[in-house]
Design a binder for this molecule. Structure first.
Ligand SMILES: C[S@@+](CC[C@H](N)C(=O)[O-])C[C@H]1O[C@@H](n2cnc3c(N)ncnc32)[C@H](O)[C@@H]1O
Length: 185
């Protein structure tokens, strides 16, 4: 299935820059769901704003899988991780269009920040994330309110429920609509 829209690597800088930390503080947004030692995934990581925050949250014994379709994004993540001394905690993985996500089982927390609306096969994507989650694992989906209206977001949440997630709405993430998904059963 072709991509309806893929955020180009160069556009990412317009929202992933030094000001971002003030708007989207990773510690505040993902901190409550992550524990030291966890294996977590940042799916559609872009230039890695949240991958870096997750790496701090999981600590030296944890691991962050930073996954993206675009090699340029993954190069930026590796550069930033090295600059901040976090490279041993972050593993970049290239996703391929129309192929299963490079996700192992046992993920404690997965994040899809401002990316789900770019995925053409949402149902298959949700099923793959569900299957990769450890028991009790959670999946935070955050969408940009400027691109994803209420009806589209509600449709994404309905698809997540059909895929076997329970859904808890989250508020307080700026410029965004958010839901915390938990693998049901
Ligand atoms: C708008 S950017 C957001 C980046 C990052 N999550 C952030 O908040 O800074 C969306 C990213 O998702 C990636 N992406 C889109 N579809 C994807 C897929 N199916 N698998 C992996 N990455 C994907 C794009 O390449 C792009 O880097």
């Amino acid at each position: 299935m072709p991509h309806p829209f893929l955020c180009p690597w160069w556009l990412t800088w317009t929202f992933d820059n030094p000001v971002r930390r003030l708007i989207h503080d990773p510690q505040r947004i993902v901190g409550p769901f992550v524990h030291p030692g966890d294996m977590v995934a940042d799916i559609g990581c872009g230039m890695g704003h949240f991958s870096l925050g997750l790496a701090r949250a999981v600590g030296p014994s944890g691991r962050v899988l930073a996954i993206d379709l675009q090699a340029r994004q993954l190069e930026a993540v590796n550069r930033r991780a090295a600059r901040e001394g976090l490279q041993s905690r972050i593993e970049t993985r290239a996703a391929q269009p129309a192929e299963p996500l490079p996700l192992p089982p046992g993920i404690a927390f997965a994040l899809a920040f401002w990316m789900l609306h770019e995925v053409p096969g949402v149902d298959a994507f949700l099923a793959q994330v569900r299957d990769s989650l450890a028991p009790g694992g959670t999946f935070l989906v955050v969408e940009p309110s400027v691109h994803v209206g209420r009806a589209q977001f509600d449709d994404e949440v309905a698809r997540a429920k059909a895929a076997g997630f329970s859904a808890t709405p989250l508020t307080g993430i700026r410029f965004s609509r958010a839901v915390l998904l938990r693998r049901a059963g």
